[in-house]
Design a protein around this ligand. Sequence first.
Ligand SMILES: C[S@@+](CC[C@H](N)C(=O)[O-])C[C@H]1O[C@@H](n2cnc3c(N)ncnc32)[C@H](O)[C@@H]1O
Length: 317
Amino acid sequence: MTAVLSVLTNALGTVHAYSAAVRLGVLDRIDREPGTAAEVAQACGLNGHGTALLLASLETTGLVDRLPDGRYQPIVPGLAGLHPMLAMWDNLSDVVRNGNPVLNLDKPEQAASFYPQLVTALGAAHESTALHLAQNLPAANRVLDVGAGASPWSIALAARDRVCKVTAMDLPAVLNTTRRATNRAGVADQFDYLPGDVFEIDLPVAAYDLVLVAHVCHLFDPDTVGSLLGRLRPAVAPSGALTVVDIVPGGRAATLHELGLYLRTYGGADHPPDRYRRWLAADGFTVTEPVVLDSDPPMFVICAQASANPNRTGERP
Ligand SMILES: C[S@@+](CC[C@H](N)C(=O)[O-])C[C@H]1O[C@@H](n2cnc3c(N)ncnc32)[C@H](O)[C@@H]1O
C-alpha cells in the first residue's frame, strides 16, 4: 500500500514541482545563474519557505543539483524548454480511446514548432553518453548529423578530433539552437548547417565518412524509417559508415518513452535493433552487432559500414 502511494506521489510530485518551477521562473533563474533558495525566492518574488521546499524536492528528483555552497542549478541547461511536452499527457485517455495522437511531431511543420525549445536540454542530457561513444567510433573527417538538434553526438566527435568537419542537418527553425550549442561547446568553426526536411532535401552523393542518425528514427513508423535510411545511403562515402543511435525497447523508461511517442506521433516507436540491422543490410551495408550504451534509458548503437560494391537485395525487410 505504501509503495502504491509512493509511486503516485513521486510521479505527481516530480511533474508538479517541475511545472511550478518553470511557471514561477525558478528554473530560468537558476539556469542563468545558480542561486540559494533565499536568492531565488527574492529574485522571483516568492515565499522563502515554499521556494526552499520546491528546490529541495527538485533536488531529490534529480532535476536540480545542489552545489557545495548551497546554491542550486538545473541538472542540464535549458531544462525549462521541456515544459511544452507536459501538456500532451492531459490527453492520454482520449488518445488511448481513439488512437489518434495529440501531436504529430513526425511532421516537419509541428516538429519545427516544438524542437527549437526542446533540443538544448535533450542534447545536454546526452552529453556524457556522446563523449563516451565518440571515443569508440572510428575516425571520420566529414560527418553528417541528421536531425542534429543541439548536436551532442557530433559535437563530441568534433571535440575529439579537430580536423573533423560536421554538417548539422535539421529543420530551419531548429538550426539556431544548433548554432548556439556548437558555439557554447567551442567547436563552431568545425560546423556548417544544412537546413531542410530530411525526406525532401537533396544530399550530396558519397560526401560523408559518417552519417549519424541519433534519436530521429523513433519518431517514425517502420516503413518511413526504412525509406529514411535508404534515402541517406547514397550520401555515405564508399568507405564510410552510417551509425544509428536510439533507444532500446522494453524496460520502464523506454516503455514510458514509447507511450509518449504514441501521444505525439502517428507511428513512432522504439524499433528493435534487429530491425535496423535488416534495413541497413538491405541497403548494402555490412552491419555490426548493436552495442548497448550505459545510459538511462538504455540506448543502442549500430554501425553500418558501406562497401564499394553494395550488394543490394532491393527488398525491404
Ligand atoms: C529527438 S530530437 C534528437 C536531436 C539530436 N539528434 C539528439 O540526439 O539530441 C529529433 C530531431 O529530429 C529533427 N527532425 C524531425 N523531423 C525532421 C525532418 N523531417 N527533417 C529534419 N529534421 C527533423 C528535430 O527537429 C529534432 O532536432
